[in-house]
Design a binder for this molecule. Structure first.
Ligand code: CTP
Ligand code: MG
Length: 232
């Protein structure tokens, strides 16, 4: 039986957020943003351990109390220059902490997606655990898409047919993901690396709640979603 692990890359600086504090630590529903993804992943029974990849220079993690997650959470201080580097370094470091088999599943989830729900996570695992390749949560593109020129004028309208927005978690087997990330540059998600090997990851239909907090205005929306969920 393949085991399931989660890995949260959290070594970014949040430059588009424009705050000195890295965005994963910004306050959201009375907790640092990263707390919410950690909690959702640690609560999932199938997931054996949750690895979190911090920047070697991180000075913020230890300012918070993580003791409620002691049984599952393992901190790795090996973040790299890009998200892909952080994930790849994390995969190598995770292997030296625990035995992870080539076929075990790794669910890579952005620290900046605090509104992942347990039901979406469960759906991803259910739909992919027998899959040959693996895949990711994603949503079909809803808006009309414009391609611009250098003067912010429309060059043409892109068809949105068959277009999806990639989210996380992205779920691949340990050996495949390590190989894929070793072989690629200039990618912004794990699936792109797997695609570059000629494989076709599966898109698992998600919802807009699992968006990535990127710009300052995204914080208020994430806060609303988390607070509403708490009262349900
Ligand atoms: N990430 C990482 N290591 C990096 C860059 C990003 O672990 N060198 C992580 C971020 O911490 C985040 C996830 O990858 O959890 C998605 O990245 P993104 O939303 O782009 O976060 P940042 O890179 O921090 O933000 P920005 O691009 O605005 O600087
Ligand atoms: Mg980034």
């Amino acid at each position: 039986m393949s085991k399931f692990f989660a890995l949260i890359p959290a070594a970014g600086s949040g430059s588009r957020m424009g705050n000195e504090l890295p965005k994963q630590y910004l306050s959201l529903a009375n907790k640092p943003m990263i707390y919410h993804a950690v909690k959702t992943l640690c609560q999932m029974q199938q997931i054996m351990r949750v690895f979190i990849v911090l920047a070697p220079s991180d000075n913020d993690w230890l300012n918070y109390d993580w003791s409620e997650f002691t049984e599952k959470l393992i901190v790795l201080n090996c973040g790299g220059a890009t998200r892909a580097d952080s994930v790849l370094n994390g995969l190598a470091a995770a292997q030296s902490e625990l035995t992870i088999d080539a076929n075990d599943w790794i669910l890579v989830h952005d620290a900046a997606r605090p509104c992942l729900s347990s039901s979406q996570l469960e759906k991803l695992i259910d739909e992919l655990s027998d899959d040959e390749v693996g895949g990711l949560l994603a949503t079909p593109v809803a808006d009309t898409l414009k391609r611009s020129n250098a003067n912010t004028r429309i060059k043409h309208t892109e068809s949105r047919d068959d277009l999806w927005q990639a989210q996380t978690p992205q779920m691949f087997r340990y050996a495949l993901l390590s190989k894929a990330l070793t072989n690629t540059t200039n990618i912004t998600d794990d699936a792109s690396a797997v695609e570059a090997l000629g494989l076709q990851p599966k898109l698992v239909h998600s919802d807009a709640y699992n968006f990535k907090v990127t710009y300052p205005q995204d914080l208020a929306l994430a806060e609303l979603i988390l607070k509403q969920r708490k009262t349900q």
